[in-house]
Design a protein around this ligand. Structure first.
Ligand code: CTP
Length: 216
């Protein structure tokens, strides 16, 4: 049984940036809206919120402790430092899966630049942290364009999560940058529940309410 004011919630949000040189990077269209909406909903319940955020243009949620990061590696180190103390961990961040194999110290001139980019994988933050999961309730997100249920369930198992919130990116008004979304929640007991279409702020409240029930 947890007292609301003692619940510590770690949230990752937004995109990461993986630089090729000082002026160019690989990233994705994530705006951080879902993660920030979840932070606001958790704060409304009186939870302590650690928000590890990639670069976004959103106001800092009042009452959260914000940890700004840029790259996947920085996000990993910050989340790693906060994970053991959290009760609930929600990983909404759209972490870049690849980074350039090297980042040049000076801007590369286009006249001499190679047009082939060598990449290497970034660390899977969620999978790395859940390897040492104890009593935490861990929520992963899944961004999919096909086979939503199969892919989401595979991530639930592979990343040792209690819940996966799956986005079908092909649905109108869903996914990156939109204010609305439709999500399906898949749990380890085999059940699922679809929420929306609704504003991300409303979906965030519903997801946090379900997590509050799990921790009650
Ligand atoms: N995630 C993470 N670290 C990564 C990649 C993803 O922590 N390097 C987390 C995301 O925050 C999300 C979950 O893993 O909670 C699933 O992310 P998603 O992009 O849907 O899947 P991937 O694991 O990247 O797999 P794929 O791109 O093959 O679908």
């Amino acid at each position: 049984m947890s007292n609301a004011s003692s619940i510590r919630c770690l949230i990752t949000a937004g995109p990461t940036r993986e630089f090729l040189d000082p002026v160019r990077f690989l990233s994705n269209p994530s705006t951080g809206k879902m993660g920030y909406a979840l932070a606001e909903a958790a704060l409304r319940l009186g939870w302590n919120v650690d928000l590890v955020s990639g670069p976004v243009s959103l106001p800092e949620p009042d009452g959260a402790i914000l940890y700004p990061v840029v790259s996947a590696e920085e996000m990993y180190h910050q989340a790693d430092a906060l994970f053991d103390a959290c009760d609930i961990c929600i990983m909404t961040a759209a972490v870049s899966d690849f980074r350039p194999a090297r980042c040049l110290p000076q801007k590369e001139k286009k006249s001499t630049a190679s047009l082939t980019l060598e990449l290497e994988p970034t660390r899977d933050i969620l999978a790395a942290l859940t390897e040492r999961k104890l009593d935490q309730t861990v929520v992963g997100f899944a961004a999919e364009t096909e086979n939503l249920e199969a892919n989401a369930r595979a991530k639930l198992t592979a990343k040792n999560c209690d819940l996966i919130v799956a986005n079908d990116l092909t649905q109108p008004g869903a996914g990156f940058a939109a204010d609305t979304n439709t999500v399906t929640l898949f749990t380890a007991d085999g059940s699922h529940e679809t929420l929306g279409p609704a504003l991300k702020t409303a979906l965030a409240t519903q997801i946090i309410d379900r997590l509050a029930k799990i921790r009650a």
